[in-house]
Write a protein that binds this ligand. Structure first.
Ligand SMILES: NC(=O)c1ccc[n+]([C@@H]2O[C@H](COP(=O)([O-])OP(=O)(O)OC[C@H]3O[C@@H](n4cnc5c(N)ncnc54)[C@H](OP(=O)(O)O)[C@@H]3O)[C@@H](O)[C@H]2O)c1
Length: 331
């Protein structure tokens, strides 16, 4: 297909460790599977152990088939190096439990793919008091990345954080006064705006984190996977216009398969040519333009301050985290 870009089939050492959130289905499933099929150890960070373990079995079945087909770039291990760790992005406590368990394991971390997400959800608030899409898609991943940064920073060269955002970020309305949407009710809550906001915040996080990680071994990138046929519409079955739009997109052959949707994430995670590359938003594995609101440094910094305020109870555990976030050398 002319102009189609994918990821290079590289061989990764088993010691290279990647975490993929929401890896049990959709884009995350293919991302985790391919990074593992190229040799790395992949941790499936999922909220359901059953779904994750079932996915691990399916990944190994797919792996066997790929080996039989002699697919280029697939390693010759007897089994993929996969692990499950529980992570519920709707709970900050769950994120902290994940972090503690990972730290206790004493292992290194080279790639963190923040993929788990929900789309166009109805107005709902988490036990922590935040709008659900804000917390699942953005805030929890920010907390996870913040706590894993010291490990990424000491895991050797070329460590990467990949934020799976969306073209829906263009629907964002940046306003810290309405960021949690409490002034809206079920009817007036703009589900696309709030989804778009959560995806915009990921791109803004990329810029803010990179500013503080300059000259370090850790890079942050973000991306749009394309319009992909996954389980994402499960939360907006009642929104007939969107379901209809997805069906039409599928009919005209423009809906990507989960594998095609994962190509941009996999490329951002493994392409050796992207070592040291930061501040890029990819679409179809190529750098793409972002909306001016998310490109605005003042907005990025206001969001940064707001985010640290939301997470202050979870980030004081160690002052080192804040220092690391603020770019001070603490190791
Ligand atoms: N599909 C598209 O067209 C499209 C377009 C642009 C961007 N994206 C982005 O791509 C990413 C992956 O989406 P997808 O299309 O692959 O959707 P999906 O098939 O619905 O997969 C979403 C994954 O996120 C997990 N997840 C949801 N809530 C979670 C929570 N509270 N804690 C932990 N994990 C949670 C799901 O786990 P469960 O199975 O347990 O629910 C699942 O593993 C999302 O960030 C989405 O915003 C998708």
């Amino acid at each position: 297909m002319g102009g189609h870009q994918s990821f290079p089939r590289v061989t990764l050492p088993k010691e290279r460790v990647a975490i993929v959130t929401g890896a049990n289905t959709g884009i995350g499933y293919e991302t985790a599977k391919w990074i593992a099929m190229m040799g790395a150890t992949v941790i499936l960070a999922c909220r359901s152990e059953d779904r994750a373990r079932e996915a691990m079995v399916r990944m190994n079945t797919d792996f066997k088939l790929e080996k039989e087909r002699k697919t280029i770039g697939v390693v010759d291990y007897p089994e993929l190096s996969l692990e499950f760790m529980k992570l519920d992005c709707a709970s900050l406590e769950s994120v902290m439990d994940f972090v503690e368990e990972f730290k206790l394991s004493g292992r290194q971390l080279h790639v963190l793919v923040c993929n788990a997400g929900i789309g166009l959800h109805k107005q709902e608030y988490t036990g922590d008091g935040y709008e659900l899409m804000f917390q699942v898609n953005y805030l929890s991943h920010f907390l996870l990345a913040a706590h894993l940064l010291p490990i990424l920073k000491t895991s050797g060269e070329d460590c990467r954080i990949v934020l799976v955002s969306s073209e829906a970020h263009r629907f964002c309305e940046f306003n810290l006064d309405t960021i949690q949407g409490n002034q809206f009710n079920e009817e007036t809550f703009g589900r696309l705006t709030f989804y778009g906001n959560s995806k915009a915040f990921q791109i803004m996080q990329m810029f803010s984190m990179n500013r503080r990680l300059k000259a370090s071994n850790v890079t942050v990138t973000s991306l749009h996977p394309g319009m992909v046929e996954t389980e994402l519409p499960r939360n907006f079955q009642d929104m007939k216009t969107f379901i209809c739009f997805t069906s039409v997109t599928k009919c005209i052959g423009k809906l990507k398969s989960p594998y095609e949707g994962a190509e941009t994430s996999i490329n951002a995670a493994v392409n050796p040519e992207l070592k040291g590359v930061r501040d890029v938003y990819y679409d179809n594995c190529k750098p793409a333009r972002i909306h001016r609101v998310v490109a605005n440094t003042q907005n990025q910094e206001s969001l940064w301050t707001y985010t640290l305020e939301c997470l202050k109870k979870r980030l004081v555990i160690s002052d080192d985290i804040i220092k690391t976030l603020e770019g001070e050398q603490v190791f």
